[in-house]
Design a protein around this ligand. Structure first.
Ligand code: ZN
Length: 386
């Protein structure tokens, strides 16, 4: 059977999209191109206030594509417009079904592959006059910058109760489980002193931080829990006992109890380390001190197999002749936020690999597979077939 979708057009669109720079907070150029494309298909397009809230160029793009069948539920389709660094001046190189960058930048398949799929599905629905329910499209800003575009999205303006995010690797996987994440910022306050003349009068914030981090369980804690200290900065000069160190860290787990335990452990390492280093001043013992900021970055996702959208995707894939299975990911994405806000949204892979590196590549065969599956979902969601 000849596929309904135009894969050559989807590829050309993808190649165009990755060549429009769109680092987080700088999504305006790509957003305007997408607005034009969506208007041409017959969608209604608007932008929300998220851009102002996060100090970016433009807000989330929200589009409504009217359905042919008003009895069907509205379906949300979402992908993010921003990319990580180095993501400026991307020159995609096609080698058969493999698309990569020239090695100096990321490719931007994360997440322009998801956007290209959604646009191609909408174009096909319109051109072939296929039957479908109302579709809401959200192309977010700043996903890579702490999911803040989605966090600022006013979901009460959306009608959808179900949706699909396209923002993951394997096209054979529908990610229905994703961890919760805690973020931590520690500021270690030591005591400044001349490192050569009177080091005994100082308390090294770097030493406290080093002690704390060296005793921390980090990396893969168990099959569902991870932790990372991702940023550290501090000190003023080599001849000054450092007064301040700033540390950013995160923990993630699919299990709330384990997440609490890991976060507490990391906090405790800092509070214990601070007691180990002290100086005497006027007969009084002085130690350093820690100020910390700890917050829940996003909640976990754990969708049941019985959720209508999960069943719809798996069955659509089967009808298309693909074996798509549910899976768990260690990553967080906009889907975490949509689910938190009451819209049931799994995350379907698009064939993007080695993302967030200059070796990122796209398996375009997988991108086509996901486009086929998505089209089938959209055609059937809310009908007997799904
Ligand atoms: Zn992504």
């Amino acid at each position: 059977m000849k596929p309904l979708l135009n894969f050559n057009r989807m590829k050309a669109n993808f190649l165009d999209l990755v060549q429009i720079d769109s680092l987080s907070k700088k999504e305006r150029a790509v957003a305007l191109v997408l607005e034009k494309a969506l208007l041409k298909i017959g969608a209604e397009v608007s932008f929300d206030q998220a851009g102002e809230a996060v100090g970016g160029e433009i807000g989330n793009l929200i589009a409504r594509f009217p359905g042919t069948d008003p009895t069907r539920p509205t379906l949300l389709l979402s992908a993010h417009m921003d990319t990580v660094v180095p993501g400026e001046g991307i020159k995609p190189i096609c080698d058969g079904d493999v698309i990569r960058s020239d090695g100096t930048t990321i490719l931007g398949g994360d997440d322009k592959s998801g956007i290209a799929i959604i646009i191609e599905v909408l174009r096909t629905l319109k051109e072939k006059s296929l039957s479908h329910g109302d579709i809401e499209i959200v192309f977010t800003i700043c996903e890579e910058f702490g999911l803040v575009g989605a966090k600022h999205l006013d979901c009460s303006q959306l009608k959808s109760k179900s949706g699909i995010v396209l923002d993951c690797d394997h096209a054979d996987f529908l990610f229905t489980q994703s961890p919760a994440s805690d973020r931590m910022e520690f500021t270690v306050h030591g005591l400044e002193a001349h490192a050569g003349v009177c080091p005994e009068a100082g308390i090294s914030a770097i030493q406290i931080a080093a002690d704390a981090i060296s005793r921390m369980s980090l990396g893969r804690i168990d099959f569902e829990t991870t932790a990372n200290v991702g940023m550290i900065e501090g000190g003023a000069a080599v001849n000054i006992v450092p007064k301040t160190v700033f540390v950013r860290a995160e923990s993630r787990s699919h299990n709330e109890e384990k997440l609490d335990k890991q976060t507490s452990h990391m906090r405790r390492c800092f509070s214990e380390a601070v007691d180990k280093f002290s100086v005497e001043k006027n007969g009084k013992k002085i130690t350093g001190r820690i100020t910390e900021k700890v917050w829940r970055d996003y909640n976990r996702v754990n969708l049941p197999g019985s959720a209508p959208i999960v069943r719809a995707v798996l069955q659509a894939a089967e009808r298309c002749g693909y074996s798509v299975k549910t899976n768990a990911t260690g990553g967080g994405c906009d889907a975490n936020i949509f689910n938190e806000k009451g819209i049931t949204v799994p995350n379907l892979g698009t064939g993007m690999y080695q993302i967030h590196t200059v070796d990122e590549w796209l398996d375009f065969k997988e991108t086509c597979q996901t486009a086929e599956v998505l089209l089938e979902v959209v055609k059937t969601f809310g009908t007997e077939a799904s």
